[in-house]
Every structure is written in C-alpha cells, then in structure tokens.
Design a protein around this ligand. Structure first.
Ligand SMILES: Nc1ncnc2c1ncn2[C@@H]1O[C@H](COP(=O)(O)OP(=O)(O)O)[C@@H](O)[C@H]1O
Ligand SMILES: [Mg+2]
Length: 249
C-alpha cells in the first residue's frame, strides 16, 4: 500500500466579512498518496486557492483535520509549522513570485537561507542542481526581467525543489503562460512526478491542463463534486512534439 502524504477530513474554512460569513470550504475530505499527480479543478471562487493554502500550511482550517506526512498539523506551534512547510512543501504560484533584481541562482538559493544546517557551498551546489533539473543551467546570472515567463516559472519550480520537498503545490502555475509554454511546464511536472517520484497537487481551471495529471478533484462551491482517476493521462512531452513548429499560440 502506498504511503499517504496528506490526509484531510471534513475540512471547512469560513471567512467572516463584517456581518457576513463566506463558506469557502464546506467539508472536504480526501487523501493523496506518495507519487500521485493530482489536479484540483473548479471555476473561480470554488475554493481552490483556499484549499491549497491550507494544504501548504499557509492557512488553517476553521474546522477539520489535516495530516501532512503523518503529522497532525493542528498540534504544531507556529515555528514547527514553518519548519514543516519549509522542509516538506514546494510552492509554485501563478505570478512566479521571484525577487526582482536578483539572479536566478540567488532566487533558488533563498529557501535554503532559513536552513542553518546547509552551508553556503552546499546551498550554491543545490541551487545549481535545481536549475539543472528545470533545464536552466545556462541562466544562473539572469534576473527575472531578463527571462521569459516560462523561464521565470522554471526558476520558481527550481526554488520549490531546492529543499527536496515531498510534495509540490502549484496554484494556477500555467495561468499566465501561452499554450506551448504551459505544455513545457506540464512536461517538466510530469518528469518530476515520474522520474523523481514527486507528489504534485496542481490547481488549474483548464481541463486541457488537468488531462496531464493522474487524478482530478473537481470543486464546486466549496464541496468536492467529483474525484476521479484519469485513465488516459496525456503525455505533455508528446503533445509538444506534435505541435506545429511555428504557430500563434
Ligand atoms: N481572505 C479571504 N477573505 C474573505 N473571503 C475569502 C478570502 N479568500 C477567499 N475568500 C472567498 O472564498 C471563496 C473561495 O475563494 P478561492 O479559494 O480564492 O477560490 P478559487 O481559487 O477557486 O478562485 C470565494 O468566495 C472568495 O471570495
Ligand atoms: Mg484561486
């Protein structure tokens, strides 16, 4: 039996807005096993980001339980939670969130600055390897403004990988990218999943993007509407190979 990386039970998240209560999550339960590639789909406002923020320990549920790699997140102090987040989770956002005027290599080194056990030399070496893994070995010294959107997202993915997390969480990570570049990012995600065994939870509202994952959880108004394995998962690498050479994507 596969190891459970995350386990959530009857998760609810409410936001109090003056006299109104917004029910962003209305009771969500599911498990994710090590090595799964899960997409979370749903229209705008369905609760995807709220759910991902809780999974990434950036936010806490109002009610419900969350076990991350067997640890009950509720029992942790702020510091312990920050530690857990830093070690187990790599985050990728729609808008890359890189530091401007800072090189790709330094951006990737950043999460390791909080890790006192890693020396400066190790930090550099691990950042170099992470950039290699996303095929940007030749862009160490470029700042974000000197990189394309797809390259910036690959730097952000390298930064998410540098702590060797057990799980990558991505929120609309292809949302700002054209089709071809989106497929390149999905090919990279599939490679990380299949060759490095990374568990991935990837939020998207595009069915086309979800077709590259092995399972899709569909949210609607804070509920799970559907949770289905994808029997005919597409290969992003193959899709890329079959795209016309010149196009207007
Ligand atoms: N910090 C917040 N304060 C108040 N309401 C929020 C907050 N974050 C999200 N919401 C509300 O919760 C619902 C779900 O939002 P969100 O998780 O961002 O949806 P999605 O990512 O699927 O578009 C929406 O109605 C949104 O307005
Ligand atoms: Mg969102």
């Amino acid at each position: 039996m596969s190891k459970k990386i995350l386990e959530i039970k009857d998760l609810k998240r409410e936001f109090i807005m003056g006299s109104e209560t917004v029910h962003a999550l209305r009771g969500i339960s599911f498990d994710v096993n090590a090595g799964e590639f899960v997409t979370i789909m749903g229209s705008s406002g369905s609760g995807k980001t709220t759910l991902l923020n809780i999974l990434g320990c950036l936010d806490k549920p109002s009610i419900g339980n969350y076990f991350l790699d067997g640890v009950d997140v509720k029992q942790l102090s702020r510091d312990e939670l920050a530690q857990l987040r830093n070690h187990k989770i790599g985050f990728v956002f729609q808008s890359y969130n890189l530091l401007p005027r800072t090189t790709a290599l330094e951006n990737v080194e950043l999460p390791l600055l909080y890790n006192k056990e890693v020396s400066a030399a190790d930090r550099r070496e691990r950042a170099i390897n992470a950039l290699k893994a996303v095929k940007l070995a030749d862009r160490h010294d470029h700042t974000p403004s000197q990189l394309s959107g797809g390259q910036q997202q690959r730097v952000a993915i390298a930064r998410a990988l540098v702590n060797e997390p057990v799980m990558i969480l991505a929120d609309e990570a292809t949302g700002n990218l054209d089709s071809r570049t989106s497929y390149e990012i999905m090919a990279l995600m599939q490679e990380l999943n299949q060759t490095q065994g990374k568990t991935i939870v990837f939020v998207t509202h595009e069915p086309d993007i979800a077709s590259f994952s092995s399972r899709t959880i569909q949210l609607r108004d804070g509920h799970i509407q559907k949770d289905t394995p994808n029997e005919s998962m597409r290969s992003a690498k193959e899709v890329l190979e079959n795209l016309p050479v010149t196009d207007d994507y």
